[in-house]
Design a protein around this ligand. Structure first.
Ligand code: SF4
Length: 196
């Protein structure tokens, strides 16, 4: 047996005893290390969404805390690729991997903005007000400028004074539906922003 002092003997046996006792209580270091990720996401609310940056439209899972109780404000604290999504199968490019900064950016727009004619100032307005205003102005413009027939009596049913720019975050299905709605109104100028 190797020579050890009384102090060394007590240190070794004390450490072993503490380690085995902790293991008996379920605090085995290997198990604790393996549980780190689960602890981080435990009790979080999972929300599935689509990365808004480009036309690849990767699926994401957003994790937020806050159960909706008074004074408990939901806040996203982690975002990762959705492993069940057929487009990206859990992966994200560097832009998508940085989405959390985008979500919490102080300069991020979270309300529609309205700038009155002749004004240099933008002001936030409610979604209902913005959508009502857009619908009203679209109808006014379509009523005034819709062309059903050309001077040669050729049926064209077109509306050339308004265009539509769709968002890059649209899935194929949303893009298809948007296209159908826009074309059914007679709009010909339609593009999809897929290049950011
Ligand atoms: S920016 Fe990256 S993560 Fe986002 S949809 Fe495009 S490829 Fe996917």
């Amino acid at each position: 047996m190797a020579d050890i002092s009384r102090r060394q003997f007590l240190a070794v046996t004390g450490t072993s005893l503490a380690g085995s006792s902790l293991a008996l209580l379920g605090f085995a270091p290997s198990a604790a290390l393996a549980e780190v990720r689960q602890f981080k996401l435990a009790s979080a609310t999972e929300t599935r969404n689509t990365c808004p940056y480009c036309a690849v439209a990767c699926g994401i899972v957003m994790y937020s805390l806050g159960d909706g109780a008074k004074n408990a404000k939901a806040s996203i604290f982690h975002i990762e690729g959705d492993p069940d999504h057929p487009v990206n199968r859990g992966t994200l490019c560097p832009k998508g991997a940085g989405l959390l900064d985008f979500v919490h950016s102080p300069s991020r727009l979270v309300h529609p903005q309205y700038r009155a004619a002749g004004s240099a100032e933008w002001q936030p307005i409610a979604w209902d007000e913005a959508l009502d205003r857009i619908a009203k102005l679209m109808k006014q413009d379509r009523d005034a400028n819709f062309v059903a027939k050309t001077p040669e009596d050729l049926t064209v049913n077109r509306w050339l004074t308004t265009g539509m720019l769709a968002a890059s975050a649209s899935s194929n299905e949303v893009g298809y539906l948007t296209h159908k709605v826009i074309r059914s109104l007679g709009i010909l100028s339609f593009d999809n922003q897929a290049r950011v």
